[in-house]
Write a protein that binds this ligand. Structure first.
Ligand code: ATP
Ligand code: MG
Length: 633
């Protein structure tokens, strides 16, 4: 069947030219308790209200409505290679657990509109809690488990939860992190004090319970075993959750999302972006603490009537075949992960990745960081499935730039995540003039309002910050992604890095991504971070930190030879202007807990400044290494 490009484009055009008709049609994918009276209210831009007057419920759509047809189908499979457990919950069992969880929350005084902070490892109870909040109209705020106390405290103060749900501990690579003590410290630090703390005891770490405030999950659950908690029907624009951005560029922003718009956007993306069907299995390797986890571990696959995998553990423990054994066992059809995880696998023996029968797997989706072509080609070759790059943000809630294979088989283009997806009026604009850039001219990736369903409504409790942060950066009103990019003559977008990371060499502006992409085409480069460092003559110059595939090659002589080779690769692909002034070899790079490179911290160290808030860093030793190589070179 030949692909009809015109049909794909017409589909997109309808979505942005006539969003009312387009989204009213998509809204039929979910069940409405009461139909909406207006598809879109955009009377107060940039605040978009979708499906006004309609009443629905995320939990009902994710769980209850499947009971008639798939009560005995697996809904959630919770696998932990940390505790060696594997539990399957059918839709009927999930329904029962969510009702228990909802009843427990109500018993602890949680009412519609109250915030519930979920600080939990990747265990099934976390999913029950999210869905239970959705059921009773409480607003959940999941905070990545294991975040340090001060990060947690700022989120407690921002979200002011009446209840916090947590567990004794999380575990990573068999290293146990006691959450309870971190949580107690955070509550002590925070101004706001929750009324109750509900604790799941996994038996991993001792817990000191605070009398009256702290409640044991198992004890309370036993009192609500037969609970049936009615769904609270919510107006489509009622808030569903708060989720803080990763904090890569500074203070995290509390993204607030609605109910109806989010449900419709996710249900649509499950079909059109992820080509998924009810009854199939979806495996998203992210964490519930991130947006990808919210949308594609919990809500998206369940809205679609799929089986979803909740995996606690590393991709390489007990060995690098673990994910693929899950794919084989549960016949995973679609998998979603991040480039950073794939780069970890790249250093593993190939046999482990090919040990299992992967015939059920149809596509791998990657998001969260720029996907370099070398990594994409490598994993696609190893797994024998296509790889699709998804560009999106905590703010957008679902993929923004990609190829919607469910709309049509539009070909991908090397190095590009694709084109703005239906609903997103993407543009590349010149920061200074606010004018749209010509093809292949660099600018900021923006989205013109109204943002489609599923995107943030505002920043929690701060409409002004929402407007000022995202919408008032240019001479025209547009939502800034704060990413820098180009659009080619055929409408494919290329992300060149964050606007914060743009390097200005003698008046030429270069995205970190451009230089990183060319460096990673060197056969011995496994990972690379490029930052702009102050330079008296050129303004800034690029400096690269490289992790080699074959670290043994990094003897001083080899290092010098490699540095020259890498510089030549950049010269050839970008010209001398992009050539890094130095290439340093390290074995780890500083990343956020969600696996994003912390260029601002690397840059600060290179310029002798304070690297900033270290609590977001996964491995602080990586920063030490950067300091060390700068001193010794
Ligand atoms: P903060 O906004 O707090 O600084 P963050 O931007 O890292 O944190 P997220 O919302 O988790 O928080 O990440 C979104 C960002 O990740 C995007 O703006 C972009 O920079 C990057 N990103 C996501 N997907 C891709 C992709 N496919 N290609 C390139 N970059 C991507
Ligand atoms: Mg961001």
């Amino acid at each position: 069947m030949s692909f009809d490009a015109a049909a794909y484009d017409a589909f997109y055009r309808l979505s942005v030219d006539d969003p009312h008709t387009f989204w009213a049609t998509q809204a039929k994918r979910i069940d409405w308790h009461k139909p909406f009276t207006k598809t879109l209210d955009y009377d107060k831009p940039p605040f978009a209200k979708w499906f006004v007057g309609g009443e629905t419920n995320l939990c009902y759509n994710a769980v209850d409505r499947h009971l008639a047809t798939r009560a005995d189908q697996a809904a959630l499979v919770a696998i932990s290679t940390e505790t060696d457990t594997e539990i399957t919950y059918t839709y009927a069992q999930l329904y029962a657990e969510v009702n228990r969880s909802a009843a427990m929350m109500q018993a602890l005084g949680v009412r519609q509109g109250d915030r519930v902070l979920i600080y939990m490892p990747m265990i099934a109870e976390a999913a029950f809690a999210m869905l239970a909040c959705a059921r009773i109209g409480a607003i959940h705020s999941v905070v990545f488990g294991g975040f340090a106390s001060n990060s947690l405290a700022t989120r407690i103060d921002d979200a002011t939860p009446v209840l916090i749900i947590s567990a004794d501990a999380g575990s990573r690579g068999c290293h146990v992190t006691p959450y309870k003590s971190l949580l107690d410290e955070a509550i002590a630090l925070a101004q706001h004090k929750p009324k109750h703390v509900l604790m799941v005891n996994r038996g991993l770490a001792p817990m000191k319970m605070v009398p009256e405030r702290d409640i044991d999950y198992a004890t309370l659950r036993a009192k609500h075993l037969n609970a049936v908690v009615p769904v609270v029907w919510l107006e489509s624009n009622a808030p569903s959750y708060i989720l803080y951005t990763s904090g890569t560029t500074g203070k995290p922003k509390g993204v607030l999302r609605d109910v109806g718009g989010y449900a419709v956007a996710l249900a649509t993306s499950m079909d059109l972006v992820f080509c998924s069907k009810a009854g199939e299995t979806f495996f998203c390797t992210s964490d519930i603490g991130w947006v990808v986890g919210h949308s594609y571990i919990i809500y998206g696959p369940l809205l679609a009537g799929m089986t979803t995998i909740l995996y606690e553990g590393l991709p390489i423990r007990p060995d690098a075949s673990i994910w693929w054994s899950i794919v084989e066992k549960y016949k995973v059809t679609r998998m979603s992960s991040a480039p950073t995880a794939i780069r970890v696998l790249k250093k593993q023996p190939l046999e482990l990745l090919q040990k299992h029968d992967l015939s059920s797997l149809k596509t791998l989706y990657l998001a969260g960081e720029p996907l370099d072509q070398t990594t994409s080609d490598w994993i696609s070759g190893v797994l024998g499935v296509p790889v699709i790059d998804n560009f999106w943000q905590t703010e957008t809630g679902w993929p923004t730039i990609s190829i919607a294979k469910g709309v049509g088989d539009k070909p991908a283009r090397s190095g590009s995540p694709g084109q703005p997806l239906y609903g997103f009026k993407g543009k590349i604009i010149n920061e200074e003039t606010g004018e749209e850039c010509a093809p292949n001219e660099k600018g900021v990736v923006v989205i013109e309002g109204p943002l489609p369903p599923g995107c943030l409504q505002t920043l929690y409790g701060d409409d002004e910050r929402f407007v000022n942060t995202y919408w008032r950066n240019f001479k025209r009103e547009a939502y800034s992604t704060f990413d820098w990019g180009i659009r080619d003559a055929d409408g494919y977008y290329f992300i060149l890095g964050r606007t914060d990371d743009v390097i200005n060499v003698a008046g030429h502006r270069l995205g970190t991504r451009e230089i990183e992409e060319s460096i990673s085409s060197h056969p011995n480069v496994s990972e690379v971070a490029v930052v702009g460092v102050e330079n008296a003559i050129k303004g800034q110059c690029a400096v690269a930190f490289v992790i080699l595939k074959n670290a043994a090659a990094a003897t001083p002589e080899d290092a010098h030879k490699l540095e020259t080779e890498i510089m030549k690769v950049v010269d050839k692909r970008l010209g001398p202007i992009g050539r890094p002034s130095h290439v340093y070899f390290v074995t780890a790079l500083p990343k956020t807990r969600s696996g994003k490179l912390l260029r601002r911290s690397i840059q600060a160290i290179c310029e002798g400044r304070d690297p900033g808030d270290l609590s977001v860093i996964e491995d602080p030793a990586a920063l030490q290494q950067i300091r060390a190589v700068l001193v010794t070179s």
